[in-house]
Design a protein around this ligand. Sequence first.
Ligand code: ADP
Length: 319
Amino acid sequence: MTDLDSFAARLKTLTGGRASTPRVKDGVMTLALEVGGLTADQRDAIAAAIREGALTVPGVSDVRIAMTAERKELRIIAVGSGKGGVGKSTLSANLAVALKRLGHRVGLVDADIYGPSQARLMASEDQKPQARDKHLIPVQSPVGVPMLSMAHLVELGRALAWRGPMVSNALGQLIDAEWGDVETLIVDMPPGTGDIQLSMIQKHKPAGVVIVSTPQDLALIDATRAVNLFEQAHVPLIGLVENMAGYACPHCGEISDPFGAGGAEAAAKEMGMAFLGRIPLAIDIRRRSDAGDPPAAGDDVHGQAFRAIAEKVAEYVAR
Ligand code: ADP
């Protein structure tokens, strides 16, 4: 019997059979712990005992415990756009991080099958979700937001060849995962307004949607299509976010508006929906996003911009 096997056997007694089989990779032990029906104190005591025991297993230097509870209704907040490339994924990731920092129990699903980017944005590319009782167990991002992306399930590029029903099944698995104590799930939708989006909305019934657009007219026309799609499916519109609004020259600081200014706010007004705020086009946002370090995790000017939007979404949720 290996040290890990004997620890796994001890775990059973220690947790009353609530823990999954532990795995160890690169010195990190991961396991899922079913916490349904336990008080917070009981849960913490069991987790502390597991940690203590796990660190005595040779080769283990860190422990990650994914707590899972009986399944309950999740509040899904969809983030949609009329087309790709407007910053929908960037906003989804930063909205999740900002909401978490505001004290919400948030999870993140990357349903953008055409270009799943959340694993990179949230620095969880090297993780593979485990499954229990046919349900996926989300991976933990370094900022503490549990998440699942198509990129965690399939090799990049392969998803493109999928047909509608396969996509729909895979998306269903991401959303119906073991989200534990997560209450609000941010879903980064596939861009566009086709059948995949419509069937996903009808099946999973988001509590509301945030629409992202850049300020130029063409993007706004696409955004209007997205708004129509969600309206048609009776999903409440939380509001519109203008991304890539105004560009601050990194050399002289002059602000220019490569895509026009104020278009999204005016469009939101016309469509009778709330305007949630604007995020500037900033090299730092792109750099940090590529590096898996979401700006919303910090308090600089961009972190504050994402936070302000998250506060409005939180207000909506509270209502
Ligand atoms: P979508 O999900 O709509 O396809 P992404 O979020 O993937 O769009 O963004 C597309 C590209 O634009 C990415 O490289 C991203 O880092 C960059 N980007 C998004 N928003 C901003 C911004 N406000 N400033 C600078 N770059 C941005």
